[in-house]
Design a protein around this ligand. Structure first.
Ligand code: NAP
Length: 565
């Protein structure tokens, strides 16, 4: 009865560290860890202790006897990562796990290592976690929204609640006595990099890749065009995207690009709104989806099926949850690719694609069509988008698809950070193992570090950031131990005064806990995991109430926000 890792695997490797028999691979120190689509349990070596189940932050692991029908393909997927061996034969122990970071040197004349982390998504929280394993280290996390956790809150599709469970781990990290949240504080607006350095030994920027890669074709920008990542933010109630115009009056949506974000959006646009109503989807999105006229979402890729950017676990999840079809031409492309490829992962993806229905029958429910070898040329329409013109890749043959909404889903893009160097072509901050480097001299910029997507580009999964942040923290601690980080010039305790002077509406851990509790309470009335606040003023009203007793007018507002009559 071995355990099995399933779709929501976040790749953070917590299970690898928990496993007493080293049967989960690739481990963070093995080649392939950074690019692996998921981690795999060796069914022969697994001793069924369940340690990995408790360690997994997203509930992705279960014994093979407890899987539901949709999860059963993962039994074979886990096993096929390992060479075929006779039952009972154990793997030789592999190389040791990632080394533990050296203790920060604490000399009597120095202040305890104090680090500012900018951003509060997975890379930020994993960096904080690693730093706080060191005795005495202090971590202050700065976030421009009043709510933390970045893309886990605003970028994970609302129907992937298991993935969002990683926030429980982040809640534990933020509960550490040497962890402080400074939420609703924007670096570059309320505080500068120099301000942070005056109060910390070092700053780790874990700000992600907040922009979208833009597709430079005519017609993008017309009403009825947008990006998939904006739509995900809108679905998730991100306060900056609540008024995104999302028009679902036409029966077709076209998404350009076929990565996991495209799959997320297609799945949600074709889902039963009653199912979505049991998630933390924003009320405004649910209302639009209930009125949607969409019958088909086409995910259009410029290359062939063997180069699909989506991952195998997400393809399995999609085909289990939605009606997914290919047209006859794409079925032929899949068959051709299947005969040509040799790597197991791509073969498995293609085998799944080959079992999909074709698009000839009239659909009984909303469906998703995966389309291949379509290079986008222009968005059609005068005043608003009416479709997309593609060419069949590598030819001049035009192919038009009518649509009322055209979304690009061609990846995220990092944004320059004021005061730090930036590599425009890769859209990352130049760095060496997380140390920000000056592109002219190649030398480290003292006190500046990066982790996550702004360090390595927008690829990988939530848990990929764990080893990425660990590497940055290693570098930072080594620099501190070597004496190359100077003690902060400002006295201890001065930071709070500075922040409050610049941003009186700063939200701390207690404020966030109040927002969190209020959202969960609002959601529980309708059987939902939470009902998010989508307006910053509403969040602040709840957060401020815990900092000071509310005057009568605010009490009435709070009562209204929490739905009391
Ligand atoms: P992505 O995986 O990088 O996919 C980008 C897609 O855009 C590819 O199909 C790419 O095609 C296409 N593309 C790029 N430039 C194009 C152009 N000029 N014209 C047409 N197509 C173009 O990006 P993503 O979906 O935004 O995902 C970002 C990262 O987040 C990925 O690592 C993803 O796995 C991760 N993520 C994971 C999950 C999950 O695990 N559930 C969910 C969401 C996101 P080519 O391949 O031909 O370049």
């Amino acid at each position: 009865m071995p355990h099995v890792i399933t779709q929501s695997c976040c790749n953070d490797g917590s299970c690898v560290f928990a496993c007493p028999v080293n049967c989960i691979h690739p481990s963070p120190d093995e080649p392939g860890f950074a690019t692996s689509e998921m981690l795999y349990i060796d069914p022969v070596a697994c001793v069924d202790c369940g340690a990995c189940v408790s360690a997994c932050p997203v509930g992705a692991i279960a014994p093979d006897t407890r899987l539901d029908a949709k999860q059963l393909p993962f039994v074979e997927i886990n096993a096929s990562f390992y060479p075929k061996r006779p039952e009972g034969e154990k793997l030789p122990p592999t190389s040791k796990l990632a080394p533990v970071i050296p203790a920060a040197e604490v000399r009597a004349r120095r202040r305890p290592l104090t680090v500012a982390v900018v951003g509060s998504g997975p890379a930020a929280m994993y960096a904080a976690d690693e730093l706080l394993t060191q005795h005495g280290v202090r971590v202050n996390v700065f976030e421009k929204l009043p709510t933390p956790y970045g893309l886990v809150r605003a970028g994970v599709a609302p129907d992937h609640q298991n993935t969002k469970r990683v926030t429980r781990l982040f809640d534990r990290i933020s509960g550490h006595r040497h962890f402080r949240f400074y939420l609703n504080v924007e670096i570059g607006r309320h505080l500068s990099h120099a301000d942070l350095l005056a109060h910390h030994h070092a700053v780790i920027y874990a700000v992600g890749a907040p922009d979208d890669r833009r597709l430079g074709i005519d017609g993008m920008g017309l009403p009825g065009t947008g990006t998939a990542t904006e739509l995900v933010a809108w679905l998730n109630g991100h306060p900056e995207f609540t008024s995104l115009p999302v028009d679902l009056d036409h029966e077709r949506v076209v998404i350009i690009g076929n990565g996991n974000v495209a799959l997320d959006v297609a799945r949600v646009l074709t889902a039963d709104p009653d199912d979505l109503a049991r998630t933390d989807i924003s009320d405004h999105a649910l209302e639009v989806l209930r009125r949607s006229a969409v019958r088909e979402v086409v995910i259009a890729a410029r290359r062939g099926p063997a180069h699909s950017a989506f991952t195998l676990p997400e393809l399995i999840g999609l085909t289990g949850a939605s009606d997914v079809v290919l047209d006859a031409g794409d079925h032929r492309r899949v068959a051709g690719d299947l005969a040509a490829v040799s790597d197991r992962l791509t073969q498995t993806k293609l085998q799944i694609l080959s079992t999909l229905g074709d698009d000839s029958s009239s659909p009984s429910r909303r469906r998703i069509r995966l389309a291949y070898e379509l290079t986008p040329q222009r968005v059609l329409g005068e005043r608003r988008a009416t479709g997309v013109e593609f060419t069949v890749t590598g030819t001049d043959e035009a192919h038009r698809l009518e649509a009322g909404l055209v979304l690009t889903s061609i990846g995220y893009r990092g944004k320059a950070i004021r005061g730090l160097p930036f590599d425009e072509s890769a859209a990352v901050v130049p760095n060496d193992s997380g140390r920000v480097t000056d592109p002219g001299s190649g030398r480290p910029v003292p006190g500046a570090y990066v982790a996550g997507w702004i360090k390595r580009g927008p690829t990988g999964f939530i848990g990929t950031n764990k080893s990425c942040s660990l590497q940055t923290v290693h570098a930072l601690v080594a620099d501190f131990n070597a004496g190359s980080l100077t003690d902060p010039a400002a006295p201890p305790g001065a930071l709070d005064d500075l922040v409050r002077a610049r941003q009186p509406d700063v939200v701390g851990s207690a404020g966030w806990r109040a927002i969190d509790a209020a959202e969960i309470e609002r959601g529980s009335r309708d059987g939902r995991p939470r009902n998010k606040f989508t307006d910053v003023a509403d969040m602040l009203a709840v957060a401020v109430a815990v900092a000071a007793p509310a005057p009568p007018r605010r009490r009435r507002l709070l009562a209204r926000l929490s739905g009391e009559s």
